[in-house]
Structures are given as structure tokens and as C-alpha cells.
Design a protein around this ligand. Structure first.
Ligand code: 5GP
Ligand code: MG
Length: 183
């Protein structure tokens, strides 16, 4: 798989260190809510945030629930965003809960903006947006993530949960896909 990458952008150790830092910061923000015994629910946006979420939550000591949502923005073999589509059920029970939306990457921001609106409509007590990656040069919405692991340039990246046509999610690092590997 590595032969399909032109560059490794973030190695596994750098990702692990940063994920721990973000978890500490997120934990600090959630601590007062947890102390008041208010419900916290983490909403991982699948499938891309699977690996990030698995690492993140193991650094969080608070009581919390997980309620996943599945969104797809790239249909099959394309690296162009086509706008977000929610697949399957949207978590219903958001009323009065402190919701943390967790995603792999904030690109145009359309996906998280859509979800942020939905969760607020359903009466969430607060919404925190936590992403591993962000591409500031691509932002199209007013919403901004509360926590960002790494800001990256406008390149199509794979690995650590992020895919191209369903592949490369299992790479332990994040890299830029070679143009030849794009169908
Ligand atoms: P947005 O709605 O912010 O434009 O897109 C967010 C979604 O698009 C992400 O959750 C991710 O699934 C996908 N995406 C955006 N940029 C990339 C990228 O560089 N690589 C991969 N694999 N997916 C991306
Ligand atoms: Mg995604």
C-alpha cells in the first residue's frame, strides 16, 4: 500500500502524541459536565473516524456514551467531495446531552455543519466538534471545529481510517495518495 503514496504526512508516533493531547483538552472541557453528572455522548462519524475515535476514547476517563452516525461524501472512486449524505439512522436521543461530534477531517465543513444542525435541532445541551485533520484552505461554512489535531494543506490523504475507494484505512500513518493511484 505504501507504494501508492507520494509522501507520508503524519507518522504513527506523531498521530498518537497529538491524539493524546486532544483527548486531554477534550477531557478538560467535559470535566465540568461529568462532575454535574450531565450526560455526554460522543458521536463518531463513520467510517472515517473509526480509528481516531478508538484511540481518542481510551484517553478519556469520563462517563460517556457512543452513538455512531454514518455519512458518506465520496461515492466510490473519486477524490472530489460531492456533499454529505447521511446513511442509516441519525442518533435520536440528543435532548439535554452534551454531544461531541468526532470526525476524521474537516474539509469543506459541509458534513459537520449538517450534523451540527441536526444535533442542535434535536435539543443537544451543547455541541463540540473534534476532528483529527482540517484543511483551512477548503472551508466553505461558517462553523469551525473546536478541536483540531492537525491542519493540513489541500491534498487528498489516506490512512488512519481515511480511505480512497474503501482502501488504505488500515495504514497506521497518514499519507498523500499518488496521482497514479487515483482511478
Ligand atoms: P466535508 O463535508 O468537510 O467537505 O468532507 C468531510 C468528509 O470528506 C470527511 O469526513 C472525509 O470522509 C472526506 N474527506 C475530505 N477530505 C478528505 C481527504 O483528504 N481524504 C479522505 N480520505 N477523505 C476526505
Ligand atoms: Mg467522513
Amino acid at each position: 500500500m505504501q507504494e501508492d503514496l507520494s509522501e507520508i504526512l503524519l507518522d504513527a508516533d506523531s498521530i498518537a502524541r497529538r491524539v493524546e493531547e486532544i483527548a486531554l483538552e477534550l477531557g478538560r472541557r467535559l470535566a465540568p459536565m461529568a462532575q454535574r453528572d450531565e450526560p455526554v455522548v460522543l458521536v463518531p462519524v463513520l467510517t472515517g473516524s473509526l480509528v481516531f475515535t478508538a484511540d481518542l476514547i481510551r484517553h478519556l476517563p469520563q462517563k460517556m456514551r457512543l452513538d455512531v452516525v454514518t455519512v458518506s461524501s465520496y461515492a466510490g472512486a473519486t477524490t472530489e467531495s460531492r456533499g454529505a449524505t447521511i446513511r442509516g439512522a441519525v442518533p435520536e436521543d440528543m435532548a439535554g446531552r452534551h454531544v461531541v461530534l468526532v470526525d476524521d477531517i474537516f474539509d469543506t465543513g459541509n458534513t459537520l455543519s449538517l450534523l451540527d444542525g441536526l444535533v442542535r435541532e434535536r435539543g443537544a445541551a451543547s455541541v463540540t466538534i473534534c476532528v483529527l485533520l482540517a484543511k483551512p484552505s477548503r472551508y466553505e461554512v461558517d462553523l469551525r471545529p473546536d478541536l483540531i489535531g492537525f491542519e493540513i494543506p489541500d491534498a487528498f490523504v489516506v490512512g488512519y481510517g481515511l480511505d480512497y475507494d474503501g482502501l488504505y484505512r488500515n495504514l497506521p500513518y497518514i499519507g498523500i495518495l499518488k496521482p497514479e493511484a487515483v482511478k
